[in-house]
Design a protein around this ligand. Sequence first.
Ligand SMILES: [Zn+2]
Length: 562
Amino acid sequence: MRCLIASLIVSLLVLSGGVIGSERSEYTMGSDGPLPTSQQGLLLQHAELHFTILPKEKAINGKGILTLVSDHSRNNVGINLDNFFSIDKVLINSKVIDENQYSNPEGLLLINLPNKIKGKFTVEIHYSGAPREAVKAPWDGGFVWAKTSSGKDWIATAVQGEGCDLFWPCIDNPIGEPKTTTMHITVPKGLVAAANGTLQSVTKGETTDTYHWQALSQLNTYGVAINVGPYEVIKTTFHSQYGNEIPVEFYHLPENKEGAKKLVQELLDITTFFERKIGPYPFGQDKIGVVDTPHLGMEHQTINAYGNNYITDKYGFDWLMFHEFAHEWFANQLTNKNANAMWLHEGFGAYMHPLYEYYLHGQTAYMSHMFDMRLKVRNKAPIVSKELLTVEGVYQEEKGGPGADIYAKAPWVLHTLRNIIGDEHFFKATTELVYGTAKPTPSDFKPVLADTEDFLRIVNRLTGQDFRWFFDVYFYQSALPEVIQSKTDTRLTLQWKTPNNLPFPLPLDVSVNGKVLTLDMTKPQTIKVLPNDLVIIDPMSKVLIEKPHVANYQRFIEESTK
Ligand SMILES: [Zn+2]
């Protein structure tokens, strides 16, 4: 979850810079930046992560054993880890290496290898200390050390903006996704640790218990999550239309049992919807998972964070849980190649809401949600920036990032595209984008890394047309296309106005006295219109266009809230 109100995002980011963030290395606080040489050509085959959680000290003892594969012979390796941790020991292929062979001045732990290494090797890092405490999770992330209403410890991680290196040694970039992961989380007795994948066993100690989790699916780097609380769990099974049976687990606080029961049913219905519209639940070999968290929410793969207080929503389902769960397809299965394609996560994720509302309730719910989003379209910067941005940069409108437009404008662009190419092509293109294959079945796809251009290529291939002009205007320009109207007593001429006069042959519906004409707008179009005729441009709201009344309303709201 990221906040839908850009100004709030901005103020929170500023706040983080001024309070805790300023002490932290800027490098650690960023995520998905360009890869340093010491991390190039690496693949993370397996991450074995051990954590001892010390709630009283608000600290952790950690050990990470990364099985890496290098595609070239290398002298060194760079691992991201917050430099606020002390590094107690580093081992390469299980052999301790000398302290002067590694250093971590600003969060890129650079380790000189004892010999040149190509192929598979392990890096083991023992570390300890107080992880960055979230200023306001999930927007400004780190560890959340909270208490339940009965005074028990309630702990969560949320690091989407800042990255995995806030609490485990990783490659803080989508190329660093571990193929498989095991987590061993030791917590004081009476608490339960919930994490990604499936629970293998619990080792009971005198004063602590250790929860052993294993994820067989490749995890998003920021998706690796620790959740600790006095949890109870509701378990059931999802019977997929693809024939597989998937475990469902909802870890909830004891006081939230009734709410959690209701959400489990919603979760089953939502999964059915996604399987029908997009394709198989991507992580069936692990689980469908949700956990009660002290922050609003985050798309932690197979253990989605939920903190929406079980409120009743006007559309009849929990929007927050839906949003995080949509990210299992759009973020965790389909991951952006870099932060510039963040709209693939948030835009597709946000567009799934009105699509689900249509699926449940029909057109009014769909259009009502679309109109709410239309009022939030800001057009201050393109959805896809020209310069490569970090994750935080994407959310900073004042620095040229698209900000909240990835949530509001991108769904409108998708709505427009769907109206132009039709449902069949639109959903086929989406399925292929998500799975890398047209007909995914539960066992025959891998996680996909893609960007905006990949989506364009799929759309072009399926439709047999070139939609470069559509992507150029809607994704790579900030201003919206505008319909310019000029009138005489008997004629109305309509033509597109686009940034830099870019070509824009988008067909346009016009209603004249209730009769709808579809105009081919490859060039200016003139129609017969008499002075008393009633003309409505785009009467069914099929396309995203500049609307003066929306811009006026936005100005009014902005001024009245100053
Ligand atoms: Zn989101």
